[in-house]
Design a protein around this ligand. Structure first.
Ligand SMILES: *Cc1c(COP(=O)(O)O)cnc(C)c1O
Length: 477
């Protein structure tokens, strides 16, 4: 049964259970929680998953990471609540993460059928359920502070809306989100959801969250530093593999993953460690291409992030990279700490500086490619021409990287990370029309700020924010 330790400590710290790390966020020494060992599934075990509905498969796989900190019965109830028909209205029960073929050996896995039309729903719906269950069991409440540049905000809000033991404070930049995203978040305001628009860019808001976490260490996290989110993404890799292979196990596949913070790619890497026959985890980046450079050259360099037309991937430093590096360095906490501290101090690290070869990540199964606006537009056009389906710009970054690889010698599965309805301008640029809105999104026209608490930037805003959280935080009764 896995226990969880920080990437940076030698186990002097008490190991944690899955439910402990779920409620804790970052480890006290600044590292991220990882399991001490990964469970292994045989080909036979994997084949047995094929007959299951998605919630059942989800529990079979994820429970191996949860260990005995939650009963299987409880996990089954939580999975049914997370992946209900009501929350995934365009799916049939058991068909939450379907596969479609778009070319020779080329597939897309649809991951965006959830309430906010983003793959983040899959992890956050499960995380919200897990957290609420564990809080109730412990008789505790949790106040969560997060910052969003768009997708995370609404997905996290839809996941915890109405859950009695959680309050969510979500900071967003006053300028910078799309009208659709603002309307989507605004519609979720009220009750336990506090939307706070701050007159500052997203990067500054992330620093504010860190700063406030020092004043209120008991605040919880919903970003992918929370291992509960990563654990909830591992199962869909097993599902897509079985769908593409027709239930047979043995042959290898490649996955192409549009990446920002590397949470999704890490989940794929864990699936591979657990025995799923994955050849390559191919990271697709947009113009913010630091991860591609890292995988191809062994050198990771912190660059300022640019705003692009696949904005959810505009990340300068991938927060889950530390978990990957910890694993490829043989789970050695001292090396991990030295490597990460050098990166934090100088903004640059190179595998050769620690006596490892430049292609360390390639040896571990990673590969990569870069997309940009022009390729994104061309890929949206090409997929529409070939299949009559409209894909979103992030998914297009992945599909574009897959297409550039030429003849595909193994089945290649591209992860869909959002629906195009959220990104109308680039779809209009590529295709000359805006994507059709699913019935459940037809009401999203009101992008006014009336459902947001408005705060100024800078120190003045920080003081007001602290006061707002103190006055509105849930307290245990
Ligand atoms: C969050 C997000 C990504 C990046 O996922 P990571 O797990 O952070 O790498 C890609 N596309 C979309 C649409 C997203 O919302």
């Amino acid at each position: 049964m896995p226990e969880y330790i920080s990437t940076r400590t030698n186990g002097e710290d008490e190991p944690r259970s899955y439910t402990d790390v779920l409620l804790e966020g970052l480890a006290l020494d600044g590292g991220l929680y990882v399991p001490t060992e990964y469970p292994h599934l045989t080909d036979h075990d994997i084949r047995m998953l094929d007959s299951l509905s998605y919630p059942e498969l989800f529990v079979k796989v994820k429970s191996l990471l949860v260990g005995d900190s939650m009963s299987i019965m409880a996990q089954m109830g939580l999975a049914d609540a997370a992946y209900s028909q009501e929350k995934f209205p365009e799916t049939h029960r058991g068909d939450i993460v379907p596969i479609r073929q778009i070319g020779s050996n080329l597939y897309i896995q649809d991951l965006s059928k959830g309430p906010t039309a983003a793959f983040k729903d899959l992890a956050l719906q499960a995380l919200g359920q897990d957290m609420n269950y564990e809080l109730k069991r412990r008789g505790e409440v949790l106040n969560i502070l997060g910052a969003t540049s768009g997708d995370t905000g609404s997905a996290a809000e839809a996941a915890v809306k109405g859950l009695g033991s959680i309050s969510l404070f979500m900071l967003s930049p006053l300028n910078g989100m799309s009208d659709f995203q603002r309307a989507q978040m605004g519609a979720l305001s009220g009750g336990n959801i506090h939307n706070i628009a701050v007159d500052e860019p997203f990067d500054a808001l992330q620093s504010k969250v860190k700063e406030l976490n020092k004043d209120f260490p008991e605040l919880g996290a919903v970003n992918s530093i929370n291992f509960g989110r990563v654990a909830s993404q591992v199962p869909y890799y097993f599902s897509s593999y079985l769908q593409v292979m027709g239930g047979k196990v043995g042959g290898q596949v490649d996955f192409v993953i549009p990446s920002g913070n590397m949470g999704n790619a890490l989940a794929g890497y864990i699936a591979r460690k657990m025995g799923l026959p994955i050849r390559n985890i191919i990271i697709a980046t947009n113009e913010n291409s630091g991860l591609d450079h890292l995988i191809q050259t062994g050198r990771y360099k912190k660059e300022p992030s640019h705003i692009t037309t696949s904005p959810s991937m505009d990340i300068a430093v991938a927060s889950n990279y530390e978990r990957v590096i910890h694993d490829v360095l043989g789970a050695d906490p001292d090396r991990t700490r030295l490597y990460m501290e050098q990166f934090e101090r100088t903004g640059m690290v190179d595998f050769r500086d620690i006596g490892r070869s430049a292609d360390l990540l390639k040896q571990a199964g990673f590969d990569s490619g870069i997309s940009n606006h022009e390729k994104r537009v061309r890929t949206i056009q090409r997929v529409y021409k070939d299949t009559k389906s409209v894909i979103d710009p992030h998914t297009a970054d992945g599909v574009g990287v897959a297409l550039e690889r030429g003849q595909l010698d193994v089945p290649t599965i591209c992860m869909e990370t959002a629906l195009p309805v959220k990104f109308e301008p680039i779809i209009f640029e590529a295709l000359g029309f805006v994507p059709k809105r699913q019935a459940r999104f037809e009401g999203f026209h009101d992008s006014s700020d009336k459902n947001f608490v408005m705060l100024p930037g800078g120190a003045l805003g920080s003081v007001a924010l602290k006061k707002y959280i103190q006055e509105n935080a849930l307290t245990r009764v």
